[in-house]
Unconditional design. Structure first.
Ligand SMILES: C[S@@+](CC[C@H](N)C(=O)[O-])C[C@H]1O[C@@H](n2cnc3c(N)ncnc32)[C@H](O)[C@@H]1O
Length: 505
């Protein structure tokens, strides 16, 4: 029997036994407790990694928490590290991402609607389903450990129910389950949504965006799959502060494929990289780096000294902008409407040259066009958006977002872009960026804003040519002036970039 046959594919290590259980850890910490079970049924405490994953799911459900914000401190405070931390992370994030798929499968195994199952019990079932169908934890370990988790966290009565459902799930392979739940759906979008675990409205929106940006519709399945894979952590080597090569030497990594500033980690902890700790580098998606660099290279007419980052929090792009500005004698005003996010911008700017930052300010970006008309040579609008282009990074967000969000955000986006086009001077450039490919947040915003402005006020620049030039390679992009990146195609978040030059007074 190979190691892979015996142990979970991911998250296993020499402290996990043949059942995929942690050896001794939970017991040593006194977690878990015995109930009034027969000695043969008594367990010795639930695996701490599974407890963490369950607690993260509950925080996400009960407190609207973000999994990527609650998990790391929970791991730290419980002293879980290394492969146990990796196991807990994959279990929590994978379960959250694939919730739609697992709910459909669980639905086939129970005799009541899922909303009649207590929410914590349903979360236990989802965790069990992910171990069985998504992590290759051996069935007996996945079932017995998850039943133990149920006993610890939701009570012995529910544990029996969990046991029965998980045993049912474990008798069938994933492929067969997917055929079953797919067959129960009425149309193609519903089928793809259940198999690749997206809400139907998002699947539909992604299909429309793909087709709208010149990609074939049959790429949709690959895009949905890419949303379900954990992305590698990418660092940005901030120009003038550290080079891509210098950063690469500090950590097991490879250079990014598209942005000359990007370094892709092999799995190491970014917090342990010296340049990240000192602020010379940061964690940033490669697509974010690419669109920010393209914005800084867009040709302005005349002076190029004063740049505005209108929506700067938490400061990833502001730090990259300020680093580039430092190499060109320009200065950045970093604006953010939320004071606590402006504090994060301050922190992100810790290592950039002091004279490349004019100030960090807390203003509503919608007012800047009127308050400071024509005051900037470049304005970046990295607009608040649904984040549908970064679903792989935010495991729970697809279940939280609603179509109503799109409407509200698109109105705000139009107002921010309009303000930016008034804040930039004639001959200056505005970059409109979203980490959503939704057409209502990208092209529709730009066309509505342009339609409301006097003719000749703005011209669209060739963002595609700039992105291709910066990447130094043929980037697959639609033959359009704006740019839409895709996780399945470029390995980046689905960032959108439109570049506009103000041509009218
Ligand atoms: C997509 S995030 C920006 C990310 C940031 N540029 C970075 O790279 O780290 C959008 C930001 O816009 C801010 N925001 C929302 N409404 C705003 C407004 N009316 N004026 C200025 N900022 C706003 C949000 O608080 C959020 O921090």
């Amino acid at each position: 029997m190979s190691a892979d046959d015996r142990t979970p594919q991911r998250g296993s290590d020499d402290r996990r036994d043949a059942k995929g259980r942690e050896r001794g850890g939970a017991r040593a910490r006194g977690e878990g407790h015995r109930g009034s079970l027969a000695p043969s049924e008594r367990r010795k405490g639930t695996d701490s990694a599974r407890l963490v994953a369950f607690d993260v799911l509950r925080e996400v459900a009960d407190s609207d928490a973000y999994a990527n914000l609650v998990l790391p401190p929970m791991l730290r405070s419980r002293g879980i590290s290394g492969r146990d931390a990796a196991f807990a992370t994959e279990l929590a994030y994978g379960t959250l991402r694939l919730r739609g798929r697992y709910d459909a499968i669980i639905g086939e195994c129970v005799d009541r609607p899922l909303d009649k199952i207590d929410a914590p019990v349903l979360d236990v079932l989802r965790l069990g389903a992910h171990q069985l169908l998504g992590m290759r934890v051996p069935s007996h370990a996945a079932v017995s450990e998850t039943v133990g988790l149920a006993r610890d966290r939701v009570g012995a009565g529910s544990a029996q129910f969990v046991n029965a459902v998980l045993r049912k799930i474990s008798r069938t392979e994933l492929e067969e389950w997917l055929e079953t739940v797919e067959a129960a759906q009425p149309d193609e979008i519903a089928k793809m949504s259940v198999v690749d675990s997206h809400p139907q409205w998002i699947t539909r929106a992604l299909r429309d965006s793909l087709v709208g940006s010149g990609r074939p519709v049959d790429e949709l399945a690959s895009l949905l799959e890419a949303d379900n894979a954990s992305p590698r952590v990418t660092l940005v080597a901030r120009p003038g502060l550290v080079t891509q090569d210098e950063l690469g030497e500090q950590v097991e990594s490879r250079p990014g494929r598209l942005a000359p500033t990007a370094v892709v980690l092999d799995g190491s902890d970014p917090g342990a990289v010296p340049a990240v700790r000192s602020g010379l580098a940061g964690v940033q998606d490669e697509g974010s780096q690419l669109v920010t660099l393209a914005f800084t290279q867009a040709p302005v007419e005349g002076a190029d000294a004063r740049w505005l980052d209108m929506c700067a929090g938490p400061g990833g792009k502001a730090a990259l902008l300020a680093a580039v500005a430092g190499t060109r004698g320009a200065r950045v005003v970093a604006n953010e409407v939320q004071p606590h996010r402006a504090d994060l911008v301050d922190r992100a700017l810790v290592a950039v040259p002091a004279d490349s930052v004019e100030r960090v300010q807390v203003w509503d970006g919608r007012d800047i066009g009127e308050q400071e008309p024509g005051a900037y040579d470049r304005v970046l609008v990295d607009a608040p958006c649904t984040g549908l282009g970064a679903l792989r990074r935010r495991p729970e967000s697809r279940w939280r977002r609603t179509p109503a969000d799109v409407k509200v955000l698109a109105t705000l986006q139009r107002e921010l872009l309009t303000s930016a086009l008034h804040a930039v001077r004639e001959g200056g450039v505005v970059g409109y960026v979203t980490c959503s490919p939704h057409l209502a947040e990208t092209r529709a915003v730009v066309s509505d804003v342009l339609a409301a402005l006097p003719e000749g006020f703005v011209e669209m620049l060739d963002a595609r040519a700039l992105v291709t030039e910066i990447a130094g390679t043929d980037v697959p992009l639609a033959e359009r002036l704006d740019v839409q990146l895709w996780p399945h195609l470029h390995g980046t978040d689905a960032m959108h970039l439109t570049l506009l030059r103000r041509t009218g007074a």
